[in-house]
Design a protein around this ligand. Sequence first.
Ligand code: HEC
Ligand code: HEC
Length: 298
Amino acid sequence: MLRRLIGGMIAMSGALACAADWPTPDPDAPVPTAKPGTALFHAQMCAQYLGPIPRASCSDAQVVPVSVDGVEIPWTRNRPSWPTEQPKACDVPDALSGTCQQGNGVARYPGTHHDGSPREEVIYLAFCRDGGLGLIGYNRTTGATCFFHMSHNVANTATHPGSNDPGYEAYWQAPAIVAKDQCQGCHQADPFIHSPWVDLLKDPDNPEEPLVPIIAGPANPRPPYYVLGDEFSQPVSAELPNNVCTTCHRPACDNRFTMPLGDLNMPPPFKDYHHTDVWAEDRQALREWCDQASDGGA
Ligand code: HEC
Ligand code: HEC
């Protein structure tokens, strides 16, 4: 509760500058029935701001292609590759691990209102990496964001129930466990991370656009981003004086990734890891800030 209050106070002081207010629940949302602290309570609470949380499965994921010298290395198994099975080096490694693990990908689910009608401002992305499944729900109008992670007792290719389905609890982790992962400590700029690797996936309805939507930018500077759930802390939102890096989005520290995403040409979609010399001083100043922030900017 205390964090919620602090978050609310930060949101209020931000509101004086220009940011959106702390989100309010949907008036037609069902009141949570589950015990606070449980996975189902977290989902029901989040549903009050996002609409019902959908079912998710890594069987729905678009798999990121892995190529070496422009030639795609096929992967047909319904599981991620082991280190001995995959190339040691590839054209576009993932940003987090810097490896070429195959069989990983992202599924995207549209948001809905409580009456089932489409809710354009809400989107869910499920991430399938190394046999796990992390899910992020985001309301781009209010900034309401929820993080979920599957229970390790179930395969990520199973259909994980949504907030209105029976059996939710057995498939998802309790929020206190998810919060320990510090999702927002890496997902800092806004809820979704871009990397050359994840940007290989395109929106099937509009192949010009990446599957992971670009939220921040000059037209939508420092988009609203509030992490819901008393177990979670809020993303960093410092604005470095006279530093271009915190104008489009919150400070995005890349010190927890293997690949230096901050070196790339902004804004994404990113194509490869070619680094740019543009804004070198601002980048340097941001990196110093990230290293000094006692918790790595998280
Ligand atoms: C140590 C840093 C780190 C942490 C902690 C982290 N992520 Fe991520 N996540 C990444 C990176 C980096 C990517 C982009 C893929 C890549 O290139 O590695 C990503 C991608 C994703 C994606 C795909 C959509 C997108 O934003 O690109 C989802 C969904 C996701 N993560 C969910 C989560 C959830 C849920 C948690 C907490 C349980 C979490 N992540 C914790 C680094 C992290
Ligand atoms: C013109 C707008 C713009 C500017 C200026 C900008 N960025 Fe970004 N940057 C983006 C967008 C858009 C993303 C994708 C994530 C998002 O939608 O917030 C991004 C993503 C990133 C990421 C990858 C992690 C993530 O959350 O996706 C890092 C790291 C990053 N920026 C660092 C920087 C640094 C360092 C600077 C200053 C040298 C900078 N950015 C300046 C628009 C910008």
